[in-house]
Write a protein that binds this ligand. Structure first.
Ligand SMILES: Cc1cc2nc3c(=O)[nH]c(=O)nc-3n(C[C@H](O)[C@H](O)[C@H](O)COP(=O)(O)O)c2cc1C
Length: 411
């Protein structure tokens, strides 16, 4: 079966070069990509680059197509499954909001009837401008998926909100837009609480004890749960990734804050997924002023255990399903099964941490999902976005078997 087909519009932003990686990653996921560019985008990356990457001619003007007898914007629109603007300049967003069609890319936008996604990139000041805010709101109200820009260093050298979301996150969002088959809202009416990301345990205002978790797995679970119809709260440690649409985000920094938020929100939850990589230790006596490194050649810090959040959530009792994560570098299943028993949770998602392949800091994962009824579901290696759906399926399968088991016991 031919793969899905994406129209990728590249506009005049310094982040245009990142669209090259987006094209490659989409192809790796079986997507056929055709690129259209604004004339200004060509100031940043040559159309030749995208032609070579995509294997298709790149159109900038409506009037330089080799088959003008079949009107190019109509033909391209008919032959595509999604229209994605990566990166989207403030100017192109404004044109989309107003329906202006003064070049090939903007004309294509109006000729296209399917799902539309926009990944903006611009200076912080531009992103916050009321005109841009109004235009983005207008597109959102029209059902356009906005891949929120992230905070970080900008082209100007300043720091702020407006960086193009990282290419793997943009690709995940495009893949979601491409899912056209109706998704069964298997979590409708349910409340799902997810924790994600690392925690930062401060020694002083500029030094932290943490780990390399990016938060991607937890965010993927939150996004998948929202897509399946759940009300989702995501308690997130410090991360740099795109916030999932339709999810309530609670930001925390350290383990104690994460504990407090998780405990507060657990009572109302049907399913709790503790995917955060909470730091096991924290400094006993953090200081509020930056320590001067000239103060000593060597330093020792006393650290103490952070609260065991999973354990505390289990003690809260209730009929909710409690899911833990176990990242191990060896003896995966035995250790995860032991952790499942010791922590008394319902399911344990065990993942092997292999530098650069699965686990931390990468987009793929390979897991085994164990449950306390003896269930075992292996998944991956696969993108974390796919693994997230398998985890939810395993949770629902467990709840179903538990319901049957307790009915049998009662009967
Ligand atoms: C070096 C440089 C970088 C730029 N980066 C951005 C950007 O990231 N986002 C943006 O909206 N505009 C950016 N601009 C301004 C746009 O290129 C300009 O508004 C242009 O008219 C956009 O045209 P287009 O939307 O037709 O591609 C940049 C301009 C320059 C010179």
């Amino acid at each position: 079966m031919p793969g899905p087909r994406v129209l990728l519009v590249v506009t005049g932003s310094i982040a245009a070069y990142k669209a090259c990686e987006v094209v490659r990653r989409l192809q790796d996921r079986g997507v056929e990509v055709r690129v259209a560019m604004t004339r200004n985008a060509g100031e940043f990356v040559s159309p030749l680059t995208f032609a070579a990457l995509s294997g298709h001619r790149v159109l900038v003007s409506s009037f330089d197509d080799e088959r003008p007898e079949r009107i190019p914007h109509v033909r391209w629109a008919e032959e595509s499954d999604a229209f994605c603007v990566v990166p989207a300049s403030a100017d192109f967003i404004a044109k989309m909001a107003l329906g202006i069609a003064d070049d090939f890319s903007s004309t294509l936008h109006l000729a296209f009837a399917g799902p539309v996604l926009v990944a903006p990139a611009m200076e912080d000041q531009m992103w916050r401008h009321p005109a841009v805010r109004e235009n983005v709101d207008k597109l959102s109200a029209r059902g356009v998926v906005i891949v929120q820009p992230t905070a970080g260093p900008l082209a100007s050298g300043r720091h702020g909100l407006g960086r193009l979301a990282e290419p793997p996150d943009v690709v995940d969002a495009i893949m979601e837009v491409l899912v056209t088959e109706p998704i069964e809202r298997s979590l409708a009416g349910m409340r799902v609480l997810v924790s994600a990301g690392p925690t930062h345990e401060h020694f002083d205002p500029v030094r932290v004890l943490t780990n390399p978790s990016t938060g991607k797995m937890g965010y993927a679970v939150a996004r998948a749960a929202a897509r399946l119809g759940a009300d989702v709260i995501l308690v997130s440690g410090p991360t740099q990734i795109v916030e999932p649409a339709g999810v309530e985000i609670v930001r925390v920094v350290n383990a104690e804050e994460m504990r407090r938020e998780m405990v507060d929100h657990t009572a109302a939850a049907d399913i709790v997924v503790m995917a955060a990589a909470v730091s096991d230790f924290r400094p006993v006596a953090p200081v509020s002023e930056k320590l001067q490194k000239s103060a000593a050649d060597a330093m020792s810090w006393e650290v103490e255990r952070t609260p065991d959040i999973l354990e505390e959530l289990r003690r809260l009792g209730g009929r909710r399903t409690l899911v833990g994560f176990a990242a191990e570098t060896s003896d995966l299943e035995a250790r995860a099964r032991e952790k499942l028993d010791r922590k008394g949770c319902d399911l344990m998602v065990a993942n092997l941490v292999e530098a650069g392949v699965t686990g931390f800091e990468v987009d793929t994962n390979e897991v085994v999902i164990l449950d306390r009824l003896g269930g075992r579901v292996p998944a991956g290696p696969a993108p974390k976005s796919d693994i997230a759906f398998t985890i939810i399926d395993a949770i629902l399968g467990f709840r179903q078997r538990l319901g049957v088991a307790s009915r049998e016991k009662a009967g």
